[in-house]
Design a protein around this ligand. Structure first.
Ligand code: 13P
Length: 236
């Protein structure tokens, strides 16, 4: 799953999605998803409709409609063919003050609108250094897990340690494995088939060792998802 963040233009998107379409081969065995800025959903739909590559938004409103200037609802994302919505990305949590409860409300809104929420969690470097990783992940997931078994079964969860995002410093496979094992335990029986993605400086040269770990079912990729050959190499 690629997260373009606030990158792209009509021209560069056309080139990137065109290249991905050509490169993507179902035999690679991975599902490919792009989460694009909302203004480019129509273009993405036009270029990817009918291909095996799916797309989604990078955020979704907790509300279904109304006086929420600047927000995009799950129904709006759906209308442009989105299947997914990222919720609680660390950049939303830190730069936009999203609390754990807001993230859970957004996940619920996505589910109500027929989207799969990709719930992002992860600790800061300070929290890791203070030995608080498990505590932070449990706290972040608590209101999401309170949505109940039916909701849990329909989630995707992405573990993205904040210190690994955009820094070129990925978690080691062992560090990622430990947290993924914890998340797998927290989601319980209802979440036994929930895909768990790792994110944070995933590149073609470290993807293999990460994917070799138990409970790492895929990746949430930032920078490398903007280069078709790199993104496809990760999927492959
Ligand atoms: P990078 O792959 O650029 O580190 O970004 C990770 C990320 O935040 C994806 O959501």
């Amino acid at each position: 799953m690629g997260n373009w963040k606030m990158n792209g233009s009509l021209q560069t998107n056309q080139a990137l999605l065109g290249e991905l379409r050509e490169l993507y081969d179902r035999t690679c065995g991975s599902d490919l998803v792009v989460c694009v800025p909302a203004p480019y959903l129509a273009q993405t739909q036009q270029l990817l409709d009918g291909t095996p590559i799916t797309w989604g938004g990078q955020d979704v409103s907790a509300h279904d409609k109304g006086a929420y200037t600047g927000e995009v609802s799950a129904a709006m994302l759906s209308e442009f063919g989105s299947r997914w919505a990222l919720v609680g990305h660390s950049e939303r949590r830190t730069l936009h003050g999203e609390t754990d409860q807001v993230v859970a409300d957004k996940a619920l809104a996505a589910l109500r609108g027929g989207l799969t929420p990709v719930v992002c969690v992860g600790e800061s470097l300070q929290e890791r250094d203070q030995g608080q990783v498990a505590e932070v992940i449990e706290r972040q997931l608590k209101p999401v897990l309170a949505l109940g078994d039916e909701a849990i079964a329909r989630l995707v969860i992405a573990y993205e340690p904040v210190w690994a995002i955009g820094t070129g410093r990925s978690a080691t496979p062992e560090q990622a494995r430990e947290v993924h094992a914890l998340i797998r335990k927290l989601v319980g029986d209802a979440g036994k088939n929930v895909p768990l993605l790792y994110g944070g400086s995933v590149k073609p040269d470290n993807a293999g060792e990460l994917f070799a770990m138990d409970n790492i079912d895929g990746a949430l990729v930032g920078g490398a998802s903007l280069v078709a050959t790199e993104f496809y190499a990760i999927a492959n």
